[in-house]
Write a protein that binds this ligand. Structure first.
Ligand code: SAM
Length: 399
């Protein structure tokens, strides 16, 4: 893990101007940060049309192959990004165990559940930030062991407890705040702790408490790295603390910018909304003299169907901006469209750094557990199509 971490750290640290960027704003700037350093990268980006941008975006291996010309280190980094894929045998679920669990969520839960069962150490489970306890249900029904499901939202606890009781599962929901000292009461040294997609500080807090209470095992799948209380990322492991990388909350969002789980409709909406927002920026710059970015509130997808002009009038009313008349809205919409493709080109560059950054974060968690006396495995518990947040960090306490 240390040597992998050093490789990712070196790669990310030495290429910061290529990934620490916001494509939405950068596409509106007159020059790119690598304008002088990599003219061949600029030339290549300029040669791409919309269909090649889309095809590279949807085929990461092809994109990496192209980008290796500009970033030779990618050749070795791409191999380090391949995690062992957890091999699923398939669980035999009792009738009704999957009640109310939506399709893709069920696939994630079954995969995570099977991996946790395989790695299991201890005689109880602790389901951290349990939601309605879907994962806990699977673990309880398969292992017949007690599950404590800890969750903040009372309504989810009530709902989850009712379903567990209906299925006669040995599950106990506990309502509480993960960050309060009272959450320590749910831990005991017989538990294997699990957390599926507990956001940012919620899963790092779990790792701390697992070590503090000497749990025999822990399995987490991290997500939403940016949901942290501190201003910047605070590394957990001693090794990551030595890194020169200082990650802001917006840097921590970068690994989450994958839209693989969105269908064609979601993609179309995103394209339209970004085009409208970029077009509006140009209109405000030229017609009203507003040079700085104005945050326009989020918009209902149905409103987009009313067109660019309606969007601009709505946004101007929301921000109390008086627009001059007449305005050639078609002209600014066209500018928005052109900028949209510029933005997509820049995100192709950023895209090849996303997984390395996510693995840097996962390795920090893994190394922290190692430092606390755990044997650690990092793998992939399901396909990216099921969820791009598919990293499984598993630790079991060394004797
Ligand atoms: C992304 S959901 C994951 C839920 C569940 N593990 C799953 O995969 O279906 C995160 C859960 O954490 C809970 N949560 C948020 N803040 C919390 C806190 N401070 N203490 C305990 N739970 C919290 C939320 O209510 C939510 O149910």
């Amino acid at each position: 893990m240390h040597s992998k971490f050093i490789s990712f750290d070196t790669f990310l640290s030495s290429h910061q101007e290529y990934w620490r960027l916001d494509p939405f704003h950068l596409c509106q700037a007159s020059t790119l940060p690598w304008y002088r350093a990599k003219p061949n990268l600029n030339a290549w980006l300029n040669s791409l049309d919309s269909s090649s941008i889309q095809s590279l975006k949807s085929c990461p291996s092809k994109l990496v192959e192209e980008m290796e010309r500009f970033f030779p280190m990618l050749e070795s980094i791409k191999h380090l990004c391949v995690l062992p894929q957890y091999q699923l045998g398939g669980l035999d679920l009792p009738k009704g165990a999957d009640v109310g669990i939506p399709g893709r969520k069920l696939t994630q839960i079954l995969a995570m559940g099977e991996a946790a069962l395989d790695y299991h150490e201890g005689s109880e489970w602790l389901e951290w930030c349990a939601g309605k306890g879907f994962l806990g249900r699977i673990l309880s029904s398969q292992s017949q062991q007690k599950v404590t499901s800890f969750e903040w939202q009372n309504s989810l606890c009530i709902n989850g407890q009712a379903e567990a009781d209906k299925q006669s599962l040995n599950m106990q929901f506990v309502q509480g705040d993960a960050f309060s000292d009272t959450s320590d009461h749910v831990f005991n040294s017989c538990q294997h702790a699990v957390a599926l997609h507990a956001c940012g500080d919620l899963h790092t807090e779990l790792l701390r408490k697992v070590s503090q209470h000497a749990l025999p095992a822990v399995s987490i799948s991290p997500c939403c790295y940016h949901l942290i209380q501190s201003e910047h990322y605070l590394p957990l492991s001693e090794r990551a603390k030595q890194s020169k990388l200082e990650l802001s909350k917006s840097d921590l969002r970068i690994p989450l910018q994958e839209t693989v789980t969105g269908g064609e409709r979601v993609k179309r909406h995103r394209q339209l909304e970004m085009t409208f927002r970029l077009g509006l920026c140009q209109l405000l710059k030229t017609q009203v003299g507003i040079k700085q970015y104005i945050t326009v509130p989020s918009i209902k997808k149905s409103q987009l169907a009313e067109g660019f002009k309606a969007f601009c009038l709505w946004a101007a009313a929301e921000k109390e901006i008086k627009l001059p008349t007449p305005i050639d809205f078609g002209h600014y919409q066209q500018q928005g469209e052109a900028l949209y493709w510029e933005m997509e080109k820049l995100s192709l560059v950023q895209q090849v750094f996303r997984r390395p950054l996510e693995l840097w974060l996962a390795l920090d968690r893994g190394m922290y557990l190692q430092e606390q006396g755990y044997q650690v495995d990092i793998s992939q518990f399901c396909d990216k199509q099921v969820t791009p947040r598919n990293i499984l960090i598993h630790g079991h306490k060394r004797n």
